[in-house]
Design a protein around this ligand. Structure first.
Ligand code: KG4
Ligand code: ZN
Length: 348
């Protein structure tokens, strides 16, 4: 079966084609980062309008790349949530119209399920069960994944997400948007030991996180340096960036390894935009190697939002028998706030 998938939950328009037999056939992505940069963050209304502009050309592009005709498609998947309501509506309504015109089934996908299963797009792919560290701009969660639709929450952030901590601190340091990659780039020129920043909840004894205090701690350091009208020097900036990255990576890695030890599993999967962070990758590689386990990362292009993970998650759901392929429904809905537990199988 061939599934076309649409992602439009935030500031990336993604379209992809996945075959249940042959895997990923083609994918295309348009990132709105340059457009939002001017405003220092995502402007929801602009995001929705841009999804409208991009979704048709991207669809044509993947169809041409895969050498397929519309008649070759068997099912249409789209991100139904969580995300920005207006942005989600573009993908959901386009996907539903596409499906209705050809009398195809639609498959609403939970964005985080897309991220969770995205490491399987790479080779070698992890096999179930595994622990997943989901680290995006909106979420920080540790999950036990036993199969498609079988997700158990082990721990999560009580306030800001890890990506948010990167982005907010970067903004505070006067860096561009999105802050994560910018802060990480600058951190390479700094000394993490120059500032002693807190590691929130490092020793809390559970697998939960808290990042909001970190940005306050950085703000306190910035205010102290800038007292009396002084400016942050480039070295101050780089040192604060390095100290922030080191604190976030330390907490994420410690808790992820804590989850591995708690579950006794030896496979760790890292998904979501922060999974692109090189020091986090290096730290987890070493830690898992020491434990005799393995860590899996999606290819960088699939770490951040993309259509491939949505089409892929739908294909996995089809193969697991979780999709009613006979159902044709012109009605669609979006879930801007949506708990991943709602897409879990009963008893999972
Ligand atoms: O998964 P994603 O693309 O979108 C959401 O669903 O949120 O994640 C975006 C987040 C942003 O907060 C961005 O700053 C962060 O991922 N990010 C990074 C890096 N690349 C992206 N954070 C740290 N280091 C990176 N290299
Ligand atoms: Zn995402």
């Amino acid at each position: 079966m061939i599934v076309i998938g649409f992602e439009s939950s935030c500031d990336e328009t993604g379209v992809a084609l996945v075959s249940t037999e042959h895997g990923l056939l083609a994918h295309a992505l348009y990132s709105q980062i340059a457009m939002h940069r001017e405003y220092g963050g995502v402007v929801p209304e602009l995001a929705s309008r841009d999804h409208i502009r991009r979704i048709v050309p991207l669809t044509r592009q993947v169809m041409a790349e895969a050498g397929l005709k519309h008649g070759d498609i068997d099912a249409v998947a789209y991100t139904a949530g969580p995300g920005l309501a207006g942005a989600l509506l573009v993908g959901a309504s386009f996907a539903s119209a596409f499906a209705w015109a050809r009398q195809l089934p639609t498959i609403p996908i939970h964005h985080l399920e897309g991220h969770l299963l995205s490491p399987m797009l790479a080779q070698p792919a992890p096999s179930f069960p595994f622990v997943a560290l989901l680290v995006s701009g909106g979420h920080t969660q540790l999950m036990r994944v036993d199969g498609v639709g079988q997700y158990e929450l082990l721990g999560e952030t009580l306030d800001d997400a890890a990506g948010e901590a990167f982005d907010k601190t970067a903004k505070l340091l006067g860096l561009g948007y999105p802050g994560g990659p910018e802060l990480s780039r600058l951190a390479r020129q700094g000394h993490a030991q120059a500032f002693a920043l807190p590691r929130p909840m490092l020793h809390s004894g559970d697998l939960d996180f808290s990042f909001s205090g970190l940005k306050t701690a950085v703000l306190t350091r910035v205010k102290a340096i800038c007292q009396g009208g002084a400016k942050l020097s480039p070295q101050n900036q780089a040192d604060l960036a390095a100290a922030t990255e080191s604190a976030i990576v330390d907490v994420l890695a410690t808790k992820a390894i804590g989850a591995i030890k708690q579950t006794g599993l030896l496979s760790l999967v890292v998904a979501g935009g922060v999974g692109a962070n090189q020091p986090l990758r290096a730290r987890l590689q070493t830690a898992m190697h020491t434990l005799g386990g393995q860590v899996f990362f999606p290819p960088l292009e699939f770490c951040t939002d993309n259509g491939a993970m949505i089409a892929w998650a739908a294909a996995q759901r089809i193969q697991a028998g979780l999709v009613d392929l006979a159902k044709r429904d012109a009605a669609f809905s979006i879930r801007p706030r949506w708990d991943l537990r709602d897409v879990c199988l009963d008893g999972a």
